[in-house]
Design a protein. Structure first.
Length: 126
């Protein structure tokens, strides 16, 4: 199983109404949409992990791509209904990039527009 992980804040609330109509927070709606997309993919999958809060409530919806020895990408202000195809595409790119460095020109539009932070890999433990 892949060590790449996609964290999704499931408590995020934004101005989107589609999730509210389904009785879910926007973060939970986004998580569910990503889960459905990953389940139907025949390609290598990223591990999807719900998080109860990522501390960026004023920039909902928030997610993070992370893995050992790779860059961490934190994305914010994501549309729970429109960003899923680009997030799934980027997850495939992130998995195949040995250091997590997906060239800017190759990143989907949602990734380019919604990057909140890119963090260096954690140092190796002695």
């Amino acid at each position: 199983m892949s060590q790449e992980t996609l964290l999704v804040c499931i408590l995020c609330q934004s101005s989107q109404t589609e999730a509210r109509q389904a009785g879910l927070s926007e973060g939970q709606f986004l998580f569910n949409q990503l889960q459905d997309g990953l389940e139907t993919s025949s390609e290598a999958c990223i591990r999807l992990q719900p998080v109860r809060c990522m501390g960026a409530c004023d920039r909902a919806c928030v997610i993070a791509f992370m893995a050992p020895n790779k860059l961490t990408f934190i994305l914010s202000q994501l549309s729970p209904s429109n960003s899923v195809p680009d997030l799934l595409k980027f997850s495939r790119q992130y998995i195949t990039a040995s250091d997590g460095k997906v060239p800017h020109k190759d990143r989907p539009a949602t990734i380019k527009q919604n990057i909140h932070a890119v963090l260096p890999p954690l140092p190796n433990q002695p």
